[in-house]
Design a protein around this ligand. Sequence first.
Ligand code: LRH
Ligand code: MN
Ligand code: MN
Length: 389
Amino acid sequence: MTDLRSSALAALAEQTVELPSWAFGNSGTRFKVFGQPGVARDPFEKLEDAAQVHRYTGAAPRVSLHIPWDLVDDYGKLAAHARDLGVEIGAINSNLFQDDEYRLGSLTSADPATRRRAVEHHAQCIEVMRQTGSTDLKIWLPDGTNYPGQDDLRARQDRLADSLQQVYAMLDPEQRVLLEYKFFEPYFYAMDIPDWGTSLVHCLALGDQATVVLDTGHHAPGTNIEFIVMQLLRVGRLGAFDFNSRNYADDDLIVGSADPFQLFRIMNEIVAADALRPESGVNFMLDQCHNIEPKIPGQIRSVMNVQEATAKALLVDRDALREAQLSGDVLGAHGVLMDAYSTDVRPLLAELRESEGLDPDPYAAYARSGHQERIARERVGGRQAGWGA
Ligand code: LRH
Ligand code: MN
Ligand code: MN
């Protein structure tokens, strides 16, 4: 146990979580966007808020951008601002879901000019990557159809493959593309990348620099997500997570809130495959919105939830588990997993933070800092994260 504990502490010290810039803007549902006092007014302030999360957790050193939500004149300046704050720019997300021109599709459109425009948008994103030092181009394809017969499903895949190939060809050698899937929304008959299999098929056709992004909110209820994690790791194509939690649809709630046991099962597959190490190439990102709760504390809570699930996964006695599995001891094997899940890892994480010179309770430390009150005083006229902007 002592060995497990100390190797868990070492692994946790290395773990990082990437924050989404859009978690720091005002957000809501299609019914209502709620404004919050002190919310970030531009990408520079979003980075400042993300840096607060890193300051108190010590585990969130990167911030994903969404283009054009995070449009600025000078990305070199934005990257320098991030560095001054002790963080760096992470994945660059393209956006193909807000233009009238993409009503019938973007990278899959039957119109060559529309496809060209969608490919060109990725050239712009890759340029932002060069200027910020980001290595991950994240593509979520919102394309799809609403009615059987609306378009030729196969022709859409062929056009998609061709468009993706053009985007891929623009990448620098150290850059990679992260291809996200989602089974529904904004179209409700057939999405063009509805599942991990379709994403993987395209990644395999593209080459080694293409990997799959697994957004935990993008599956049908009841899907065994840890199985997908295992399979993508097995073929070396799990590039990243978009972590969030859901009860019904793509709810984008705080990761680990609706089903902490699912998050543990996911992290258990990560640890079992030794994929927690940064060199394994899995980028643990959050993709969440905090519609009614305060944003910086919401992100702090999210990072802490990922750390707790990871700590539990690191405490699984792998030797005992293997022995029970190989001897066909069904309940014994299950018991080994549940023992780890039932462990209160908060003291372990408090110890980790103290050893790093951090407050053992990041959430309480931020609340005491007075930062929230200061931004509420100083920032007037915060902007929406992106939707409907
Ligand atoms: C789509 C999605 C995708 C987008 C983000 C804002 O539902 O998960 O990752 O970029 O939401
Ligand atoms: Mn996502
Ligand atoms: Mn989503």
